[in-house]
Design a protein around this ligand. Sequence first.
Ligand code: GAR
Length: 217
Amino acid sequence: MTAVKKKLVVLISGSGSNLQAFIDACANGDLNAQISCVIANKAEAFGLQRAADAGIKTAVVNHKDYDSREAFDTVLAQTIQAHKPDLVILAGFMRILTPAFVNAFAGKLMNIHPSLLPKYTGLNTHQRAIDAGDDFAGVTVHFVTPELDGGPPILQAKVAIDASDDAESLAQKVLQKEHIIYPLATKWFLDGQLTLQGNSVLKDKDLLSKNGLLYQE
Ligand code: GAR
């Protein structure tokens, strides 16, 4: 007997290449899940087209329609909760969320950030890594807590910075890793192998012995 599919809601602001990785993982069975809805804060987000092409319901909650973060987050939360998701996935969702929103989805809200956190929270992460002369850039999947990009990490992947790299070439290389580790971390979560406990990630003993924080190919 196959287990009931878990429900995901994915929030995006742009291209949605991570969303596409989730669409593909659900379609090919890597994830025993379905995407109930894709929500964007911009009507022009290309990811909405990806969702529509895959027959997935979409919604737009435009932050410009609201005069405060709280008002926007309240409607966003209601739009999500209508789908009763098992997990809410921030996939290039470029809005800062209020503590009230984050707390409403505590332990069920994940983000992907294009740096090896705690390095380079915020924007322009790849350029900052290049400017600092770092040998590696990377990406982190983490649970979301009220502190911006400060929630406990679940999984990271590293990418070597070559002398010829600029922020764009690095972003493309890091995205390839994003598309692997975000669905993988999600699978572990949906399989009950990891949870958020306070400000730490509690991982299955088995998972912990086979997989540290750094994704190995
Ligand atoms: C990804 O690189 C993701 O890590 C980043 O936005 C990009 C979205 O790409 N997220 C953040 O910067 C969050 N602070 P995508 O729309 O193609 O998935």
